[in-house]
Ligand binder design. Structure first.
Ligand SMILES: NC(=O)c1ccc[n+]([C@@H]2O[C@H](COP(=O)([O-])OP(=O)(O)OC[C@H]3O[C@@H](n4cnc5c(N)ncnc54)[C@H](O)[C@@H]3O)[C@@H](O)[C@H]2O)c1
Length: 328
């Protein structure tokens, strides 16, 4: 039996993936997950810092039944990458045949990860925001850029408030949107950025209270996307509703981890689970005045699904890519 695996590099991935087709794929995959059509164990983190490597990586497997797509995302954060001119986050997607386990493809996962990461706040803003005029982005690195890029395809925004500890990062971020239909405001403090804002997004590699509860206005949506703590506990404690993209992993990483460890947040604490909303099992926002706190932890099924979509697109286009005969 033939055992040919494709090796797909970043250039090919970039040729096919757009914010629009990835947003659609993320939305579909979340919905299928809500409908019980996706198998996805919790991710496993391998933290190498105790052994002197400044990095960690997650193993994130999934099977998406409607796409007959099985695989694994391997993604990590590497502190020394910046000095090497590489992004902090580095990802690879591995797809196998769900029936036989034969390797189908090894795909550079960087663009997949970045676009699917940005697609998440875009879809969640559409579902959860009361108003979308003023958006605050705290952390203007790569994922911050992808978030705003995808959001610009889904919602109308008027003012983007830009917060980061690095002035250079703020300028680079703004420079990436030369023809933006919204205005940018560079903020000196996070408080200045957050007060009066409709949507606040944190997407940093910090482990700190970047947002304080009194800065969050009535009806605002706060979304945290970083891997560690990004708001004070009260932002979560005093929110009217708590939303997540997936329950299990939300208790082990990101902004909710410490509250979960203290027993203040459990699997029953979540009022809104986005895949269930998309599957029609629960409503999203029900009151325009609610302050909604949302954690976007990110799940491997999204990368596996986007990888599967990419393979279909490459096949449909008839493009020849590098293949390896795994029997040789
Ligand atoms: N939720 C998800 O699906 C998902 C997916 C991928 C990455 N991430 C996480 O997103 C975060 C950002 O990743 P990235 O690729 O954009 O990294 P990046 O290095 O490109 O950008 C991070 C930015 O945060 C800024 N920053 C750091 N500390 C800050 C602070 N205290 N206050 C304000 N800004 C601060 C940095 O200056 C930088 O501009 C990481 O924690 C990463 O693990 C989440």
């Amino acid at each position: 039996m033939e055992q040919k695996a494709m090796i797909i590099g970043e250039e090919t991935v970039r040729k096919y993936l757009t914010p629009e087709n990835v947003i659609k794929c993320v939305e579909n995959t979340w919905r299928w997950y809500g409908e019980g059509k996706v198998v996805m164990p919790n991710k496993i983190t391998t933290d190498m810092s105790a052994q002197g490597v400044a990095g960690w990586f997650n193993s994130m497997p999934a099977y998406i039944a409607p796409m007959k797509c099985a695989g694994l995302k391997l993604v990590g954060g590497y502190d020394n990458n910046k000095a090497l001119g590489l992004p902090y986050i580095k990802a690879t997607v591995v797809l196998t045949d769900p029936e036989t386990g034969i390797l189908r493809a090894v795909i550079s996962g960087d663009r997949i990860n970045d676009l699917r990461t940005g697609a998440q706040p875009a879809i969640m803003s559409k579902l959860l925001a009361s108003k979308t005029d003023i958006v605050t982005i705290i952390g203007t690195g790569l994922q911050g850029y992808m978030s705003l890029l995808c959001m610009s395809k889904m919602i109308r925004m008027k003012e983007i408030r830009v917060c980061d500890i690095s002035e250079e990062a703020k300028d680079r971020f703004i420079g990436r949107f030369p023809d933006a239909p919204f205005k940018f405001v560079k903020c000196k403090t996070n408080e200045e950025g957050c007060r009066g804002s409709d949507i606040i997004i944190t997407v940093t590699n910090a482990n700190a209270n970047l947002v304080e509860e009194p800065w969050v206005k009535k009806g605002a949506l706060v979304m945290t996307m970083g891997s560690f703590r990004e708001t004070s506990f009260d932002v979560v404690r005093k929110a009217d509703k708590i939303a997540v993209d997936q329950i299990g992993q939300s208790l082990h990483r990101g902004n909710l981890k410490e509250l979960a460890e203290m027993g203040e947040i459990t699997a029953d604490s979540f009022d809104i689970v986005i895949p269930d909303v998309l599957a029609g099992k629960m409503p999203a926002r029900t009151n325009p005045d609610d302050r909604i706190y949302a954690q976007i932890i990110g799940t491997g099924m999204l990368d596996v699904a986007v990888g599967g979509m990419l393979l279909d697109m490459i096949k449909e286009a008839g493009e020849t890519v590098t293949t390896v005969d795994m029997t040789k």
